[in-house]
Design a protein around this ligand. Structure first.
Ligand SMILES: Cc1cc2nc3c(=O)[nH]c(=O)nc-3n(C[C@H](O)[C@H](O)[C@H](O)COP(=O)(O)O)c2cc1C
Length: 338
């Protein structure tokens, strides 16, 4: 496979052939008409680099420091729900990649691997991403599990009061647990490798949300209760580093500083939430200017390769930012409506 993939668009084409439409579209699709997702990419592409020459660059390093710790790369693997639907064992592969390349992997609340298993696989590279639904108790139960498993960095995602309206998911009848009607049956039948391997390893489930004091966290559950008061309670409860994901506004960023968050992630959720949202990159400079060096600023949305742009307009933005990206990546500009 690796000798067929030389760029991200190669990877996307390959994934499109090998995966059922339903699972491919879950990853590749975003909210509404997919403008916010496209805008993320376009806004990054519009930033052009000015190469400077005749500087001795014989010894290069991408190392960066996050919360005082050194990492080999200035980016990490973003939280993604249900990765094992992409391909059986995807979560384990991502954990291995995080170790191999020296970057963080963020385990989603909606992941197909458990908090504990991922801690074993990825060790100190594993961070945990928290969603809180209708029951705060279930949320704090997950936090306790993460703490007990040795996680030191907790990301609270705040831009999903409800799951965004994603036409491709609706069109394909995507839901969790996966429902297999005639449409899905044919989709799976036309992708026998994926289907046989998935059957052999077991259909992926939401590994973290099933048992919590007899309560469940369902994927479609509203998450709109999460507010500033909750963030304060979480800050009081969680001893490790606390990162707030989904910030697009400078005032919100400053409020995160006031509450004592250790970092924010400037993000519009890859355009998967609000199709009318601004691009992540357009928000980055003003947020960095507003919070100064009071807090670490991380970034995601629209990065598709290392040669198209950096996540910041100036060197200081790039230096302070760490970026996350999803693999494989949604919405390539050329063929995103394919
Ligand atoms: C398939 C998929 C699942 C995702 N699941 C989550 C999730 O469970 N929690 C979360 O905070 N963000 C989730 N995200 C959003 C990513 O963490 C990230 O913010 C976004 O993908 C960045 O934009 P990019 O895809 O353009 O790099 C998901 C993204 C994708 C593509």
């Amino acid at each position: 496979m690796s000798n067929k993939i030389f760029s991200l668009s190669d990877a996307r084409k390959y994934a499109r052939r090998r995966m059922p439409r339903m699972t491919f579209d879950y990853i590749d699709g975003s909210a509404g008409d997919e403008r916010a997702c496209a805008l993320n990419v376009e806004a990054i592409e519009a930033i052009r680099m000015l190469p400077r020459v005749l500087v001795n660059v014989e010894n290069r390093s991408l190392q960066t420091s996050l919360f005082g710790e050194t990492w080999q790369l200035p980016f990490g693997i973003a939280p993604m729900g249900m990765c094992n639907l992409t391909w059986p064992g995807a979560d384990a592969m991502l954990a291995r990649a995080a170790r191999q390349y020296g970057m963080p992997i963020v385990l989603s609340t909606m992941a197909s691997s458990s908090i504990e298993v991922t801690a074993e696989r990825a060790g100190d590279h594993a961070w945990f991403q928290l969603y809180v639904g209708e029951s705060e108790e279930v949320g704090f139960h997950l936090v306790e599990r993460a703490e007990a498993a040795g996680y030191r960095n907790l990301i609270l995602t705040v831009d999903v009061p409800e799951i965004g309206s994603r036409p491709r998911e609706k069109r394909n009848g995507f839901q969790s647990p996966v429902h297999i009607g005639p449409k899905q049956f044919f989709d799976f039948a036309f992708h026998p490798q994926w289907s046989l391997r998935t059957l052999a390893t077991g259909v992926p489930t939401l590994a973290n949300v099933n048992v919590a004091g007899g309560k469940k966290f369902k994927r479609n559950e509203a998450r709109g209760k999460v507010d500033w008061a909750f963030l304060e309670r979480l800050r009081a409860r969680w001893q490790g580093k606390l990162i707030v994901k989904g910030i697009l506004d400078a005032d919100d960023a400053e409020d995160c500083v006031t509450i004592g968050a250790d970092a924010i992630i400037v993000s519009n959720h890859g355009g998967r939430q609000l199709d009318g949202a601004r691009s992540s990159i357009s928000a980055l400079p003003e947020i960095v200017d507003a919070v100064g060096s009071d807090i670490e600023v991380h970034f995601d949305g629209g990065i598709r390769s290392g040669w198209r742009g950096t996540p910041g307009r100036s060197r200081s933005h790039a230096r302070r930012g760490t970026c996350y990206r999803s693999i494989p990546s949604p919405c390539q500009r050329d063929d995103r409506h394919a």
